[in-house]
Design a protein around this ligand. Structure first.
Ligand code: EPZ
Length: 435
């Protein structure tokens, strides 16, 4: 792994070049959800056997997870959108820094390793561009379930005779914290109740898969999740839910170019918070059972947003929505309540001509139709890179987005999907480095 099937050899120095102005139209399909696939893959640490996961996107973060699982003795094979996982006993429940640093969601191996083996040594994930990304809530919850956890030389060193159930109350609805505890609680002795649990669709998908493995879970998708520990679990097959963030990103790509784009293979209800805002901005949105369509619009109003845990406006769509607001007729106030530093895209959008005033948690966007000009910009994190691509689609002239390895972490060949919708966009491999 990565499987021989990977056709795009991505280099860290590739760029995406966009000639703005094309009006997108047509249909495009959403892939599987990155943020569902990652915890599902870590669930294979709980039970040996063969798993088959369908609709798994071909992303760098999936590669990183496969690398870590292989380090832990689990084989992963890709055949198109299907991953086959051969899980076996793990002799060394350790997740080293050089793998964890590439993807902080690796911390999701802590719960299953502790539950299965009673010990784990996992590198601290460290922060990232959007924030310090602490894991104190994960640690405190696992300690309440009987784990003894120390931080030694940048590693989480955890031991537990046998985890036991507990009643846990999260001070904020942490997605990863909820997932780590769910994974751990499936094999703990007794009942675990998580209060103020995250309610994201990816939590429900993980619970559905764990129940197929023999776990006993109620309440996933609500703020109170109850898990009855069992002695043993078994492998299973599972189809990953569609990626709601990719679906929202593709819909905004249609909207920002005034185009007509239908996003297929998605779950419309998962992006209600976005589509409701877009309707309030003047867009016409049609929905079907598994598709959402934005229709042509030659001008849209501004509308404020405040990011919030699901079902509120997703923080992972904040940067993309901000790109749309730079061209709106009016001022919008964008409040980021989930992460402390998720405005890294602001300065790059300003370099393209946008009028944005960032403050601590708030960005004031003074929108103006036609204000964006192409420029050389740099991606800093996954969703910021998507925001810059969207801005480039609508900007006058050419935009070059560098460091698009950020994009490849969470979007499968986004440039190819946009090109099929009529965008003038291409990936430029990096120049061979002079010897
Ligand atoms: C998940 O991250 C997603 N990642 C993120 O998507 C997403 O932005 C985030 O949830 C919020 O929806 C994956 O699912 C792999 P949190 P996670 O724990 O679990 C604080 C993307 O672009 N917190 O819900 O790390 C934390 O600092 C990525 O696909 C603590 O204080 O998010 C943040 O302010 C980016 N202590 C807030 O809670 C903790 O122990 C929400 O974090 C844990 C979290």
């Amino acid at each position: 792994y990565p499987a021989p099937g990977r056709c795009t050899i991505m280099s860290d120095l590739d760029t995406v070049v966009i000639k703005g102005g094309a009006t997108l139209s047509g249909q495009v399909a959403t892939g599987g959800a990155k943020n569902a696939a990652l915890p599902l893959l870590f669930a294979t640490l709980l039970a040996d056997g063969r798993y088959r996961f369908r609709n798994v996107p071909d992303l760098r973060d999936i590669d990183s997870t496969a690398l870590l699982l292989e380090h832990l003795g689990i084989a992963v094979e890709r055949d198109g959108e299907t991953l086959t996982v051969h899980a076996a006993e793990c002799e060394h429940p350790e997740a080293p820094y050089d793998i964890v640093r590439k993807m902080r969601a690796s911390i999701l191996c802590l719960g299953p390793l502790l539950a299965r083996y009673g010990r784990a040594r996992v590198s601290l994930p460290g922060g990232c561009a959007i924030g310090s990304r602490p894991i104190n809530l994960h640690i405190e919850a696992l300690e309440q379930m009987g784990a003894e956890i120390d931080i030694e030389n940048g590693y989480v060193v955890a031991r537990a005779g046998h985890l036991h159930g507990a009643r846990l109350v999260f001070e904020n609805a942490t997605v990863g914290g909820t997932e780590n505890v769910m994974l751990a609680a499936t094999l703990a002795r007794g009942t675990t109740v998580i209060e103020n649990a995250a309610k994201e669709p990816e939590i429900i998908d993980l619970a559905d898969c764990l129940v197929k493995m023999g776990a006993r879970i109620d309440g996933a998708g609500s703020s109170v999740i109850t898990i009855e520990g069992v002695d043993q679990l078994r492998s299973c097959d599972h189809h990953v839910i569609p990626d709601r963030i990719e679906a929202g990103t593709l819909l905004i790509a249609g909207a920002i170019t005034g185009g007509d784009v239908r996003v297929n293979h998605c779950i419309p209800g998962h992006i209600d918070a976005l589509t409701q805002r877009m309707v309030e901005c003047g867009f016409r949105i049609d929905t079907g059972s598994d598709w959402v369509r934005v229709l042509p619009c030659d001008g849209w109003r501004s509308h404020d947003i405040s990011t919030a845990p699901y079902p509120g406006f997703p923080t992972d769509l904040q940067a993309q929505y901000m790109a749309l607001m730079t061209l709106a007729d009016g001022t919008s106030v964008i409040t980021e309540r989930i992460f402390e530093n998720r405005f890294m895209h602001v300065q790059e959008l300003v370099r393209m001509g946008a009028n944005i005033t960032p403050k601590t948690q708030v960005a004031i966007v003074r929108g103006q139709p036609g204000v964006l000009n192409g420029a050389q910009v740099m991606a800093t994190d996954l969703r910021a890179s998507a925001s810059l691509v969207l801005a480039g689609l609508a900007a006058r002239g050419e935009t070059t987005v560098s460091r698009i390895y950020h994009l490849d972490r969470g979007y499968e060949r986004l440039e190819a999907k946009l090109e099929r919708l009529g965008a003038h966009i291409e990936r430029r491999p990096s120049e061979p480095q002079a010897a």
